[in-house]
Design a protein around this ligand. Structure first.
Ligand code: TRP
Length: 479
């Protein structure tokens, strides 16, 4: 089939080969899910949104929205055997825009993700070059580093180049192997850091912050942040998991796999919280420190450890970089696959062209934390622009569109057939899942989106994001 031929990229081939085994699929899906979202973003969002209450709402979003959407994405992908845009298009060209919106999300996420990936890369090396020597200066050093106009750009370009190398030429075997070693290592290290963090005097306040919800701090924004984070962290709302599902063999139980991936992703996020917050409180740091949180708190804990700290720190940031890499490769691949499939480009030019544009976006993002701090797009700097646009608008709306598509346009019997593997396995919660996807999730996301828009400071940014979606929808036939 033409479709298969067009998908001949090495990464995809690698994944397709591995899809034969259940572990291969789970590792790939979990590799995409577990990334900066869990270790960098989840803790700082928790800090900014008041702790426990945010976590409770986040877990609610994961269980009732994220898991259901993941099952739906797997089902649509495997049913159609097509990647996101093709899957929607094969139903009706009026739906093409929903897939294209996903591609746009991937593109914009890659407008800031490699910046942070570059920070992780830099910190592997900085661990050895005296970063931990002056624990009191770690926070200032981070601020100076990301605000610099040259150094972070170099690391970002190197990080992006690794992505390009993998997606263009495919050393997926290498990255997968590295992932298989480093991801468990990341787990172990997070546990080590958590134990250390918990043993610090005064750590109890951190646990309280995490697990004693104070609902008085909850606003519409908290729900929007939690929902956006659930989508971001689980790699949902832009067709990533549709694509992954399309490579899955017919024997796999979709709900079980979705549950495993979701649990892996959530456990890493919670572990990161438990590793960081007790130390944040023990050291008297600011929980709402924003994007710098993990880059300041983790090194401070490692500095406390003495001699071995340097090594732990280097491995920690290496593992973080690898976790980020397995995610950003999947994001780059979404855009590249679209250009190959729908725009008939060859793989290499698609990868290089995409990466160059992403690099430009990333340069703007990085500089917006320093030299270009004064330059605002619709009220925010470039970094926040890409972050807010995707996380608060595109992913949630993308998820809502998928839920509406699945609930109202795909035949119920087809879904049942797909989720029970043609009736050979049982999925006892099918009816509950169906009601969630068809009625509850679209309404819920609608309410949260409206609440978020009403309350957000960057109204013009919200309107801009929604406008993009409307324009895409109007011209869906032509996409
Ligand atoms: N989930 C990844 C993380 O937590 C980021 C990511 C990869 C992503 N692929 C995605 C987010 C697709 C949204 C959609 O870091």
């Amino acid at each position: 089939m033409g479709y298969k031929k067009r998908k001949e990229g090495v990464i995809m081939e690698q994944k397709r080969e591995n899809w034969g085994s259940r572990i291969g699929f789970i590792m790939a899906a979990a590799g995409s899910a577990v990334g900066l979202g869990n270790i960098w973003r989840f803790p700082y969002l928790t800090g900014e949104n008041g702790g426990g209450a945010f976590i409770v709402i986040y877990l609610g979003c994961v269980v009732f929205v994220g898991l259901s959407i993941m099952i739906a994405e797997f089902a649509v992908g495997r049913r159609t055997s097509l990647a996101a845009v093709g899957a929607y298009k094969s139903y009706s060209p009026r739906w093409t825009f929903a897939g294209v919106l996903g591609v746009l999300s991937a593109f914009f996420i890659m407008g800031f993700y490699p910046v942070v990936g570059g920070w992780a890369l830099a910190y592997i090396f900085k661990s050895f070059t005296g970063l931990l020597g002056a624990p009191e200066a770690i926070g200032d050093a981070f601020g100076a580093f990301i605000g610099n106009s040259v150094e972070p750009l170099i690391w970002m370009v190197i990080y992006l180049a690794i992505n390009v190398y993998i997606v263009a030429k495919g050393v997926a075997g290498g990255i997968e192997k590295a992932g298989k070693i480093l991801m468990p290592m990341l787990y172990v290290l997070l546990i080590v850091v958590a134990v250390k963090s918990l043993s610090l005097p005064g750590s109890g306040a951190g646990l309280e912050f995490l697990f004693k919800p104070d609902f008085s701090k909850v606003t519409g924004q908290t729900f929007l942040a939690a929902l956006g984070q659930a989508f971001f962290s689980l790699s949902l709302g832009m067709g990533c998991m549709i694509t992954y599902g399309s490579y899955l063999n017919k024997q796999e139980k979709l709900p079980n796999n979705a549950l495993i991936v979701t649990m892996m992703d959530t456990s890493v996020a919670l572990l990161a919280g438990i590793a960081l917050f007790p130390a944040i409180f023990a050291f008297g740091m600011e929980p709402a420190a924003g994007p710098g949180l993990v880059f300041v708190v983790a090194p401070t804990i490692f500095a406390e450890m003495g001699g071995m700290g340097v090594l732990f720190s280097a491995i920690f940031f290496l593992a973080l970089m690898i976790a980020a890499l397995t995610s950003s490769v999947s994001l780059l691949e979404v855009v590249v696959a679209y250009l190959i499939d729908e725009r008939k480009m060859a793989r290499k030019p698609a990868v290089y062209g995409t990466a160059i544009v992403m690099a430009v976006l990333c340069i703007l993002s990085s500089l917006s934390l320093g030299a270009l701090a004064g330059v605002k797009v619709l009220g925010v700097g470039f970094f926040d622009f890409f972050d807010i646009l995707t996380d608060k608008i595109f992913l949630a709306i993308g998820g809502m569109l998928l839920a509406i598509f699945t609930g109202w346009f795909v035949k119920k019997e087809d879904l049942k057939d797909e989720l029970t593997n043609g009736g050979t396995v049982s999925f006892g919660l099918f009816e509950a899942w169906y009601v969630l996807v068809k009625y509850v999730i679209p309404i819920l996301i609608g309410i949260v989106a409206v609440m978020g828009i009403m309350a957000i400071e960057q109204t013009s940014l919200m309107i801009f994001g929604l406008l993009i979606i409307v324009v895409l929808a109007i011209f869906s036939n032509k996409l």
